[in-house]
Ligand binder design. Structure first.
Ligand code: GSH
Length: 211
């Protein structure tokens, strides 16, 4: 049985959605951040970085959100959520996964935890303002790339779309919310209409509006 270590709305949301979309049996293990459970010895044995998510599947213990997403989509090919190797879309799929992890997810770290990015307490607000501009710029460029889609790979839905949805959700906290971008907003709404996506958000107890 697959176990996903999660906390509601955290980076675990993408693999959670993916597991439901793939129709794979799994269980959720709640990581209680209020009790700093991600820093416990038991959790650090799974992920020495103390970060959420971790996926455990038998002997496989996998951390890093993008790696979990790539692995799951490949491990259950019947769902067609990863273009197979050799498909002309495969390199573009890699690019989207890398673009989302590098230019959105990692930047969001500085948006949500700006104090980690300066030794000067008086500089925290400036760090957050600068990274907010960077993330909004990344979303604007992505919006132009996405266009009418309907998906990141055009007519082909892939795991990358669900990864982007999580970013769009996080982007609701930006001064200019990501959902207000025409293509990014429409993309998120298309995904939220899917039963597996809505179920994941509901099970995590996330209040609406979701983006
Ligand atoms: N690069 C990691 C980052 C994961 C990450 O930063 N997770 C956050 C939640 S969204 C976390 O665990 N925060 C708790 C902490 O930093 O103590 C990944 O993609 O898995």
């Amino acid at each position: 049985m697959i176990t996903l270590h999660y906390n509601p709305g955290n980076a675990s949301l993408f693999p959670h959605i993916l597991l439901r979309e793939l129709g794979v049996p799994f269980e959720l293990a709640f990581v209680d951040r209020d009790k700093d459970a991600q820093s416990s010895a038991a959790y650090l044995a799974l992920n020495p970085h103390g970060k959420i998510p971790v996926l455990v599947d038998g002997d496989l213990v996998l951390f890093e959100t993008m790696a979990i997403g790539l692995h799951l989509a490949d491990a259950y090919p019947a769902a067609g959520l990863a273009p197979p190797p050799g498909d002309p879309l495969r390199p573009l799929y890699y690019r989207w996964m890398a673009q989302i992890t590098n230019t959105l997810q990692s930047e969001f770290r500085a948006w949500f935890y700006p104090h980690e990015f300066t030794t000067d307490p008086a500089g925290v607000d400036a760090v957050q303002a600068a990274v907010g501009d960077r993330v909004m710029g990344a979303f604007e460029r992505l919006d132009a790339q996405l266009g009418d889609g309907p998906w990141l790979l055009g007519e082909t839905l892939s795991a990358a779309d669900f990864y982007l949805l999580m970013m769009t959700r996080w982007g609701r906290t930006l001064p200019r919310p990501a959902r207000d971008l025409p293509h990014v907003g429409a993309h998120a709404r298309r995904l939220l209409a899917r039963p597996a996506v809505a179920e994941a958000l509901r099970v995590e107890g996330l209040p609406e509006p979701w983006i």
